[in-house]
Design a protein around this ligand. Structure first.
Ligand SMILES: Cc1cc2nc3c(=O)[nH]c(=O)nc-3n(C[C@H](O)[C@H](O)[C@H](O)COP(=O)(O)OP(=O)(O)OC[C@H]3O[C@@H](n4cnc5c(N)ncnc54)[C@H](O)[C@@H]3O)c2cc1C
Length: 333
């Protein structure tokens, strides 16, 4: 996949602007009594950490307007790397302060300010949990669905508690303009989290699909067909994928991505082939005809323009054939 150089540069610029915003606001609007360089560095590392963490909610939420053309898979890789960077920033914030001035240990002591101490230690523990459960999910035997739910809750906690901590420390956040600006940034990030986890499934409620076929292929995969109930269906490009939820409600922990392998010309009937690789895919062939389905998408930038007269060489392995089948069907049509 080729991402236009200008598009990429523009999105990287937007990304860095957003991450630097909390730190920039703290420096630009507040003139608290000067402290040593090491202490100020430690404090600003915290603001930078908050900026990177808040921006994680923008890049990871499958928001199609953000970084258009870059591809959700690339964005998720970036989210992963920046998550580790944010964790290092969060750890570096108190470490630098403690090395510079051991008296800052009081910020971790419940003593007079228990809420402030809870917010700081909570952010440290929760950010570490976010990273550990993401990097070693399989080793920890954490099911993907439970991991995803935990990831969302921890992210919600880390960003809100980080903001609370900055307000309670009240050094670079004394004035109302900074308080309000930070609240707007954090509020917008949390709103995006709510949008991706609650409002988006809610919006899917208006577009019902029905399973018309769930047939096992050689005991290794299931051919799933869903049809639109009285709506125009899903307009997609060959090679794209969608997130599928089965059952009466679109609010479910079980939401899985699959590439459409049908012809995009028929937007009202979607076909998928799911290889049996775990609990959801292995029980897919037992799904009854008539089961309600919810389709969120389309996503993905690995597509082929069937009207193009350029030659294409396709090299695929295993179930990776699914997007290619859609491309070939589209070319034939
Ligand atoms: C963009 C995209 C397109 C895909 N298209 C297809 C396809 O056309 N056909 C196909 O057979 N498979 C496809 N997959 C893989 C498919 O989503 C997983 O195999 C499936 O979700 C596994 O669920 P499970 O509960 O059966 O297995 P589990 O035991 O829960 O998981 C098996 C492995 O699949 C991955 N996985 C599990 N759940 C998810 C999830 N919700 N999102 C992403 N990865 C997950 C995990 O890395 C896990 O280790 C696609 C994945 C992605 C990211």
């Amino acid at each position: 996949m080729k991402i236009p150089y200008l598009t990429l540069t523009a999105w990287i610029a937007v990304y860095f602007l957003l991450t630097l915003l909390p730190m920039g606001l703290a420096i630009a609007f507040e003139r608290p009594p000067a402290r040593t360089l090491a202490v100020e560095t430690g404090a600003l590392l915290g603001f930078l950490g908050m900026g990177v963490l808040a921006t994680q909610l923008v890049i990871s939420g499958r928001h199609r307007w953000f970084a258009k053309g870059v591809g959700q898979d690339n964005l998720l890789q970036f989210h992963r790397q920046m998550g580790i960077f944010a964790w290092l920033l969060v750890l570096a914030h108190p470490t630098t302060l403690l090395i510079a001035e051991p008296a800052y240990l009081e910020f971790l002591h419940p003593g007079d300010e228990p809420l402030r101490a809870f917010a700081l230690s909570g952010v440290l523990v929760a950010t570490t949990l976010l990273i550990v459960t993401s990097l070693w999910r399989q080793g920890l035997k954490l099911q993907y669905e439970w991991w995803r739910a935990l990831h969302g809750l921890l992210a919600l906690f880390v960003v809100s508690a980080g903001f609370g901590h900055a307000l309670m420390v009240n050094h670079h956040t004394t004035g109302w303009p900074v308080k309000i600006a930070l609240a707007l940034i954090v509020g917008a990030a949390l709103l995006l989290l709510v949008d991706s986890r609650l409002l988006r499934p809610w919006r899917l409620k208006g577009k019902r699909w029905t399973v018309t076929k769930a047939e096992e292929i050689n005991g290794e995969a299931t051919h799933l067909v869903v049809e639109a109930d009285n709506h125009e269906g899903l307009l997609f490009k060959p090679g794209q994928y969608a997130w599928i939820t089965l059952g009466d409600s679109p609010f479910s922990l079980q939401q899985h991505p699959f590439s459409m392998n049908s012809n995009p010309h028929n937007s009202r009937c979607l076909e998928f082939t799911a290889k049996h690789s775990g609990d959801f895919t292995s029980s897919l062939s037992e799904i009854k005809k008539g089961t309600r389905a919810w389709v969120e998408g389309p996503y993905g930038v690995f597509t082929l323009d069937p009207s193009s007269n350029r030659d294409a060489v396709m090299v695929v392995g295993g179930v990776g054939i699914t997007p290619i089948i859609s491309m070939l069907r589209s070319c034939v049509a």
